[in-house]
Design a protein around this ligand. Sequence first.
Ligand SMILES: C[S@@+](CC[C@H](N)C(=O)[O-])C[C@H]1O[C@@H](n2cnc3c(N)ncnc32)[C@H](O)[C@@H]1O
Length: 398
Amino acid sequence: MENENMQKTYWIESGHNPDLSAAEWESLLSIYAPQAKLERQDDGLLLDTIASEALDDLWPRLGGSIRLAELINGEVATDQLAEFISTDLSSLAELTGKRLLGLGFTGSGKPHFLVELAEKIKGMLKEKEIGCRFMLPKKGEHRLSSATVGEAKIMEKGSEYLLLQTDTGFQVFRTLKIQDYKQFSERDYGRPERDMQRGMLPPKLALIMINLADSGGERHIYDPFCGVGGLLSEALALGWKVEGSDISTKAIEDCRSNLIWLIRHMNMSTDTWQVRHLDATKLSESVEHCSVYSMASEPDLGPALSKKLTQVKAKEAVKRLKPLYAAFLGQARIVLKPGARLVFLAPVWHTDQGEVELNLQREIYLSGFSHIGFKTVKTMYYARAGQKVGRRLYCLKA
Ligand SMILES: C[S@@+](CC[C@H](N)C(=O)[O-])C[C@H]1O[C@@H](n2cnc3c(N)ncnc32)[C@H](O)[C@@H]1O
């Protein structure tokens, strides 16, 4: 019998920010699967020497990964590929009737090769009296989108195979999981209170931050600028204890409504949350010193913008916000447990004369935090196309 907990090799497709996806994996692996090896590839991550059980625990909590595929053969000669895939597809015991076949590349590859391959596989299955329908990537793309794989139910009705070309043939991966993208939008758009002026943290980014803030201790997170509770909702949905505070009474009320909605919506039986009215620059007056296990937050990002700031206005915003961030850092250091993590975002304004940001190196050093480094990551930065303000992500250790 196959050992369920065997160590296997996986290919992971990153979300739209590959650096943050890699940081999220590196951070979690260093704590929960330190023997695993992570390698960056052009369009994803290669994960080696990890037990399938550890992977099953980690996968549902990831914000930055959208598809997971398992290596099922490390070297198939090009002329054996159709035979290999048709045999694998026909041997899926749980399926009866027509099979659905998805094909794509993990790296680059020639689309016409996939058309020929799919036709060949279909022909081979026909000889075994098994029907087959195939789905191939759109023009100019290397694979089907993970949403298409989910919508078409390819994994339930057949298999998706992803090919990585080697010098002598192909490595063949089979897709095992795709991100549960529906639950993110349900939580994001279903919640009763939203606040576009104050700013809404994208749920996947919130999850990445929670994972980066996990230092392996108790799963308990504090957000001192909780707003309407975007980050707290994701942590609560993961089963963490959550605490939040905000200087705005309205934000606190909205945050409470959102957390209560989430608990009902997910049928959770939990009372492990608390939100209160507090100024983040005076945290240590109300929060016990050295008591917080992990902290993650999106503090004030400045005004909501309908157009780009000028460089002068952006520099004024830096002057206004820097004291808030400096005071918050000092307070966070007092209330966090030694060794606990602080993960937070700071604004980066895109002006016509270039980027303007807070540059908090001195404040970080003075408050006694150290940076957590990631071997496979170039920059910890988040922005969607066309955004006027990006977010610099800081990952610190107390
Ligand atoms: C960008 S929003 C946070 C959004 C939140 N992450 C979410 O997803 O809902 C920033 C929040 O910081 C709060 N804030 C600003 N200055 C503060 C201070 N000194 N102490 C606590 N909260 C503050 C604002 O009221 C606002 O709700």
